[in-house]
Ligand binder design. Structure first.
Ligand SMILES: Nc1ncnc2c1ncn2[C@@H]1O[C@H](COP(=O)(O)OP(=O)(O)OP(=O)(O)O)[C@@H](O)[C@H]1O
Ligand SMILES: Cc1ncc(CO)c(N)n1
Length: 276
């Protein structure tokens, strides 16, 4: 079985973070593992508290996994501070896994800061160049580049700036656009567009985490970056279409329905046994 590792924060209501990533890995038939960087007390309404794990303990978790198990893909999510970013970068440099998806988590959907204000520079300098692909949403791309995004052209401009910063591939996600969401991929040569239909729901807690861990799952299974994004978009779309109105705020996406739908789809094309 292929394996994937998430390096991210815990979300107590399990819509985002480590919990969303592990659900996504499981749904893709990939063996999921986790390195926890922070524990958040969080629900659909917001973040009540954050306690960071020490950089030393983050390193120990990484050593525990990489000295024992082959990791086919890594997804990196919430990294709260400089020390944790340095530790993760050092260990990823050392163990050099084939596929690294960086979701540069900065602010939760409910508006809480998840990355320290002094940590952005080191994230871009140390970690960004090690990654196969980075997947900022629009506000994150704006913070990274200083370019305000109001249009597809602005998204393309930002992709180029992030490429110049040392990223190999950039996927700017369009969930925050007011139009239908368009995600844009840039590999330094050309652009690819992943065009979605906007699903009208308030329940989009954890969409970014789910998309990046779905991309990592597909990379772990050997798909190309582009194919991994196409398949991840199918997964997130079903998960948002069936998202859950639990809690009083921004509810989570629905992985169960995605597995169910996926299995049915695979049954129809005769791949049921291999994938589910
Ligand atoms: N309402 C929606 N309808 C259809 N697709 C959506 C919708 N919202 C987001 N998406 C898609 O979900 C994926 C995640 O994008 P989004 O911009 O929401 O990430 P994010 O802001 O990082 O999420 P989060 O911070 O909650 O983890 C993208 O592929 C985006 O196009
Ligand atoms: C732990 C965690 N990671 C990422 C996000 C993304 O919004 C979140 N809300 N919580």
């Amino acid at each position: 079985m292929r394996t994937a590792l998430t390096i991210a924060g815990s979300d107590s209501c399990a819509g985002a973070g480590i919990q969303a990533d592990l659900k996504t890995f499981y749904a893709h038939g990939v063996y999921g593992m986790s390195v926890i960087t922070a524990v958040t007390a969080q629900n659909t309404k917001g973040v009540i508290g954050i306690e960071n794990i020490s950089a030393d303990m983050v390193e120990k978790q990484l050593d525990a996994i990489f000295t024992d198990i082959k990791v086919d893909a890594v997804k990196v999510g919430m990294l709260s501070n400089r020390d944790i970013i340095k530790s993760v970068s050092r260990k990823l440099k050392k163990y050099s896994p084939d596929n690294i998806v960086l979701d540069p988590v900065m602010v939760s959907k409910s508006g809480h800061t998840l990355l320290g204000p002094d940590a952005k520079d080191i994230l871009l300098k140390e970690l960004l160049p090690l990654c196969t692909i980075v997947t900022p949403n629009i506000p994150e791309a704006e913070v990274i580049t200083g370019v305000t995004i109001n249009s597809i052209n602005d998204m393309k401009k930002s992709c180029k700036v992030i490429f110049e910063m040392g990223a190999k591939m950039i996927l700017i996600k369009g969930g925050h656009l007011s139009t239908d969401p368009v995600d844009i991929l840039f590999d330094g040569k050309g652009f690819k567009y992943f065009i979605g239909k906007r699903i009208h729901t308030k329940n989009t807690h954890g969409t970014g985490c789910t998309l990046s861990s779905a991309i990592a799952s597909n990379l772990a299974k050997g798909y190309s970056v582009e194919k991994s994004i196409v398949k991840a978009k199918e997964y997130i779309t079903i998960a948002i279409q069936n998202s859950l109105s639990i809690g009083k705020g921004i509810g989570p996406t629905n992985h169960f329905y995605s597995i169910y739908k996926k299995c049915n789809m695979l049954k129809e094309i005769g791949e049921f046994k291999n994938e589910c």
